[in-house]
Design a protein around this ligand. Structure first.
Ligand code: SF4
Length: 420
């Protein structure tokens, strides 16, 4: 039997794309083995969101080339196809479209045919139809509902490597969610590059959430973008009983002038207004976010504006990234660049603030009930299982793997809560 291995970098969208390619290989008689084990084909699904992601992707490709013939897929592959093809052991580059041809490509490589580059200009390309064959033993399933982005934030390379926004068919998503739930998946995460722009046959993201109410699993949204969604979305979302009260609402900066330079389509005031509407419509929702520290020309004053905004917004968790220049974006040419030390210091300021806010949010939940899907042994509470609650906090308790259970939150260790 032929063997295939996978290595995935980057976001949940990439994870879904890998799961799709893995199911194609398995349907065609390949056995999946661990990365590092010998395989006939090794698929590396790359990421290019930051310089660090580029470096990790190249390192993974070099490691993969020691164990089998490499097919490089994903965002860095789309952006630097010829460079990756020149690495010894790389037999094909697929990029961010035509992943459905991976078996044909693998077979031709194994038959000794020469290297292939399937990347192409993504202009006008549609949503690549993908369907996973089964959910296996998984408790949490991911469904990709959208691809690409039209926003062109000034620091972001994604629209250049993933193409314009396009959506998966509404009916396909509903069908896949029902099938996953019937196979035992207890939580479905809707993911995409810019899911707020989902549109199919006149249906938007709010309509999709409504249609998935009662699908048999609870529902969680991937990252949503402010400035696109409004009160109508919140009304539809709040009517769905199975939607987790957890929203990852991408902020990037709390300074109006920085947001302008970033070409983000909202002001801090508009963001706060949307946040308040969410809090009015859901019971104590968890609101998490992403922030970029040290964007070009960011002053101390602008950094303090972001710190003050984060404090006021009382996020339940923040992910902070130091700005990473990406050639080909508008921000790449912006000056002056914030010195690395200062950018690191601002990153640390925000991380510390985020940890305090996270602790405060968790403390506010003590004594309350949480519905948790237990997925793995706890690191903080020995002998217990751990998983995420509907508000995306880590909870440990006496439970079986893959069990869904309601617990009362009692005490905190690190950032994990013990639930009885
Ligand atoms: S919304 Fe902005 S940051 Fe997000 S993928 Fe699109 S261009 Fe990039």
């Amino acid at each position: 039997m032929r063997r295939v291995a996978f290595y995935t970098l980057g976001c949940k969208v990439n994870a879904y794309d890998t799961a799709y390619m893995q199911s194609l290989f398995e349907q065609n008689g390949y056995q999946t083995v661990d990365f590092e084990q010998h395989a006939d084909i090794v698929v590396v699904n790359t990421c290019t969101v930051t310089a660090v992601a580029d470096k990790k992707s190249r390192a993974a490709i070099r490691r993969a080339a020691k164990t089998g013939k490499v097919i490089a897929v994903g965002c860095l592959a789309q952006r630097a196809a010829n460079e990756l093809l020149s690495i010894e052991g790389v037999g094909a580059v697929i990029g961010t479209d035509q992943r459905g041809r991976i078996i044909e490509i693998a077979e031709s490589l194994l038959n000794g045919e020469s290297a292939v580059n399937l990347t192409h200009d993504l202009k006008g390309c549609g949503f690549e139809p993908m369907r996973l064959s089964g959910s296996g033993e998984k408790t949490r399933g991911v469904i990709k509902i959208q691809e690409g982005c039209d926003c062109f934030c000034s620091y972001c390379i994604i629209p250049y490597v993933r193409g314009r926004s396009r959506s998966r068919r509404f009916a396909d998503i509903v069908e896949e969610a029902r099938r996953m739930a019937s196979e035992g998946v207890k939580e479905i995460v809707l993911t995409g590059i810019h899911i707020a722009s989902f549109q199919d046959s006149g249906y938007d993201l709010g309509d999709l959430i409504k249609a998935l109410d009662g699908c048999g699993a609870r529902l969680r949204l991937g990252s949503i973008e402010p400035g696109v969604l409004g009160g109508d979305f919140i009304k539809k979302a709040a009517s769905a009983k199975n939607l987790c009260p957890h929203f990852h609402l991408s902020l990037q900066s709390g300074s109006e002038t920085v947001l302008k330079r970033m070409n983000r389509p909202y002001t801090p005031a508009a963001y706060m207004e949307f946040l308040c509407m969410l809090r009015d419509s859901f019971d104590n929702p968890a609101v998490t976010t992403d922030i970029i520290a040290g964007f070009p020309a960011e002053t101390d004053f602008e950094h303090q504006e972001t710190m003050a905004f984060v404090q006021k917004a009382a996020f339940s968790r923040i992910h902070v990234f130091p700005y990473s220049p990406r050639a080909g974006t508008r921000a790449y040419a912006m000056s002056p660049r914030v010195p690395k030390d200062l950018s690191r210091q601002r990153t640390m300021d925000l991380i510390r603030l985020g940890e305090n806010l996270e602790r405060r949010f968790i403390e506010s939940l003590i004594g309350k009930q949480a519905v948790v899907i237990f997925e793995e042994p706890s690191k903080d509470f020995e002998g217990l299982m751990e998983g995420y609650s509907e508000r995306y906090i880590r909870v440990a308790s006496e439970a079986e793997k893959n069990e869904i259970k309601t617990v009362t939150l009692e005490s905190i260790r690190g950032l994990t809560v013990y639930g009885q």
